[in-house]
Design a protein around this ligand. Structure first.
Ligand SMILES: [Fe+2]
Length: 314
């Protein structure tokens, strides 16, 4: 009797992932949609608390997911290497290999605040999405390593095809693709601290980004080890990653980063209809080996509606 009365009052309930504390919210009834159940303040409050929100057993369609992303973002962007599938989302096709933990677009000059995922078809086995809370990683690193990353930025250097750079700048600067020229590379070089583009030839742009490995979460306001040091480069040349002055990062430090992040990595096994929202300024994500290619996941990236979010000094 009591359980019934409670389920009427609470159409969904929370069960944080054991050991990791990511917010996991279950619908009591599949008629309930995330789109019509959650306000921006509630979503952002959960992100501030937990870094990740997982919605399960709700009845949202792909279009609902698209609208959900719009409703809680100031602006939606795309990964320039992916094919667009709805107005705001793109189906993810990132090969079969395991994909390392990364901050979305973490080695590009513009990083979205929020990463969104929707599961249209679940895998029968494996293929989990991985998530790692950079606030916990920072806490677990040795004092020496933490101080190193807090006192020195890291540098990503690599060459990117001009067509990919053009697509990326077209989305981020909101300028039509065919209007992007070398002048826009110069604008970004001037406006984005740490970013330097240099033309190699008609096909390639050399990109160098100097950026902190430790970010301040724009939702929680706390420091987090959040970067793309371990990230994949499915669609691009892998970057060379060094200290800001060009010094190699020692193998001991790399070993510690791999060890501490893997200890703090949660693997999310998808159910059809799951929606996952990630604070991209705090939590890194990746994927286990793709064991079932029939799995279909859609993703989106966007900026927060909280204006102060962009103004927290680094
Ligand atoms: Fe990603």
């Amino acid at each position: 009797m009591l359980a019934q009365a409670q389920s009427l009052v609470f159409p969904f309930y929370r069960q944080p992932t054991p050991g990791y504390g990511f917010e996991c919210i279950y619908a009591v009834d599949a008629d309930i949609r995330v789109l019509t159940s959650v306000t921006t303040d509630e979503l952002y409050g959960d992100l501030a608390h937990s870094g990740v929100v997982i919605y399960r057993d709700f009845g949202d369609t792909l279009q609902d997911f698209n609208d959900f992303v719009s409703a809680h973002s100031s602006r939606v962007t795309f990964d320039p290497a992916r094919k667009t599938s709805t107005a705001n989302t793109a189906e993810i096709d990132a090969g079969f290999h395991e994909m390392g933990l990364h901050r979305e677009n973490g080695n590009l000059p513009f990083n979205p605040d929020i990463q969104w995922f929707f599961c249209l078809e679940a895998a029968a086995v494996g293929s989990e999405t991985t998530m790692c809370d950079g606030q916990k990683v920072l806490f677990d690193l040795s004092a020496k390593t933490r101080k190193l990353f807090e006192s020195r930025d890291i540098k990503y250097s690599r060459r990117i095809p001009w067509s990919n750079v053009k697509r990326f700048l077209s989305v981020e600067l909101q300028i039509p693709f065919e209007k992007i020229t070398d002048e826009h590379l110069e604008v970004v070089n001037r406006e984005v601290p740490g970013q330097t583009h240099r033309r190699v030839d008609q096909n390639l742009i050399h990109s160098q980004l100097i950026i902190p490995a430790v970010e301040i979460s724009c939702f929680s306001g706390r420091k987090a080890f959040c970067n793309s040091m371990l990230g994949p480069s499915v669609n691009y040349e892998p970057p060379r990653i060094t200290s800001e002055n060009g010094d190699e990062i020692s193998l001991d430090i790399w070993d510690e980063v791999k060890d501490v992040t893997s200890r703090n990595t949660y693997s999310h096994f998808w159910n059809k209809g799951d929606i996952v929202v990630i604070d991209n300024t705090r939590v890194m994500h990746g994927r286990r080996r793709l064991d079932d290619p029939s799995r279909r996941i859609f993703g989106a990236q966007s900026y927060s509606k909280w204006k102060w979010c962009r103004q927290i000094p680094a």
